[in-house]
Design a protein around this ligand. Structure first.
Ligand code: NDP
Ligand code: OXD
Length: 302
């Protein structure tokens, strides 16, 4: 029983030391595999192409919070994602920054600054801004808590509409959710149901002049629908951490549009020790026949 480490080389020394301390075997990369039958888990962003090589493989572990980059797995192989408070806190921080930037008109002020223009815009109080969070999971819940503490008027959208600390609309009440949302935050997983969700129909259902904060996945967003909504004044600005494709090509129009700020998928970066700690928890659960921490429902895609 061993974990095959197929992630970034820079993280390897930390993982190796933590697995050694725990007395659990780690194989450092596919080239180091001598007996494929020993491999029961693979930690990776994208798994090796030939998983059939590993007859005892039980789980593929994404080293990130999302799993959409992992292709369908062979029958009987579980899929897990990394649960790490550090990832969640980092995305929360990025989302707070982006939300405050739109709340306080920063894209417009950055544009004015480039022109040397000293000109004020009306200021709204946080309590006058209705924020809607798409995706009320581990990260969305944290963001809701922080933005509520700043006084924003928060609601969430989830697949189930399960109760939370703020009002949460179920996916089948999406239009009612959008109608009360001045600032839309997307923290959804990318699934068949959410691909392209940030598109013409969604933007049209928002109040005129709404803003978009997006740290989900690039393929949630229809970039041409965003451009049309900005040109029509239906949206006023967008802060994006994820794009399709990634990296966003240097000549892409979104880099240069003053109504948009793009960051290069940096809302979170998995800390090596946190990732290894979660991988150890997965290995122990495999050994003990316990539920796998972070196991994903492969039919739902998250
Ligand atoms: P969770 O799995 O904890 O939460 C997912 C949430 O999305 C749940 O509330 C779920 O509803 C909801 N949801 C799923 N499908 C739908 C749907 N069709 N309509 C409405 N709501 C839906 O995920 P996390 O909070 O941990 O992470 C969310 C995503 O954030 C990741 O999948 C990844 O894409 C992105 N991310 C981005 C990072 C970055 O650096 N930019 C870093 C980390 C994550 P329910 O509660 O009913 O299950
Ligand atoms: C992600 C991550 O899923 O960085 O985007 O964890």
């Amino acid at each position: 029983m061993a974990l095959l480490f197929a992630s970034t080389a820079a993280r390897l020394p930390v993982w190796q030391a933590m697995f050694d301390d725990a007395g659990l075997p780690l194989i450092a990369g596919e080239a180091a595999v001598t007996d494929p039958a020993e491999v029961t888990a693979i930690a990776c962003w994208v798994p090796p192409a030939d998983l059939a090589r590993y007859p005892n493989l039980r789980v593929v572990l994404s080293v990130g919070a999302g799993v959409d980059h992992i292709p369908p797995l062979p029958q009987g192989v579980a899929l897990a994602r990394t649960l790490a408070p550090g990832i969640e806190a980092m995305v929360r921080d990025w989302t707070l920054m982006a939300t405050l930037m739109l709340h306080r008109d920063m894209p417009a002020y950055l544009d004015q600054a480039r022109q040397g223009l000293w000109q004020s815009r009306p200021v709204r109080m946080a309590s006058e801004r209705r924020v809607g969070i798409m995706g009320m999971g581990r990260i969305g819940g944290l963001v809701a808590e922080s933005l509520s503490s700043l006084g924003f008027d928060i609601a969430g959208l989830s697949r189930s509409g399960r109760d939370g600390a703020v009002p949460i609309f179920a996916a089948d009440r999406q239009d009612a959710f959008l109608a009360r949302t001045d600032l839309l935050i997307c923290l959804l997983p990318l699934t068949e149901a959410t691909r392209g969700l940030l598109g013409r129909r969604t933007f049209a259902a928002l109040p005129r002049g709404a803003g978009l904060v997006h740290a989900g996945r690039g393929a949630h967003l229809d970039a041409e629908a965003l451009r049309a909504a900005l040109d029509a004044g239906q949206l006023s600005g967008a802060i994006l951490d994820v794009t399709d494709p990634e990296p966003l090509p240097p000549d892409h129009w979104m880099w240069r549009d003053p109504r948009i700020v793009v960051t290069p998928h940096i809302a979170a970066q998995t800390d090596a020790a946190e990732g290894a700690r979660h991988a150890l928890a997965v290995m122990r659960a495999l050994r003990d026949g316990a539920p796998l921490p972070g196991q994903v429902d492969q039919a739902l895609g998250y």
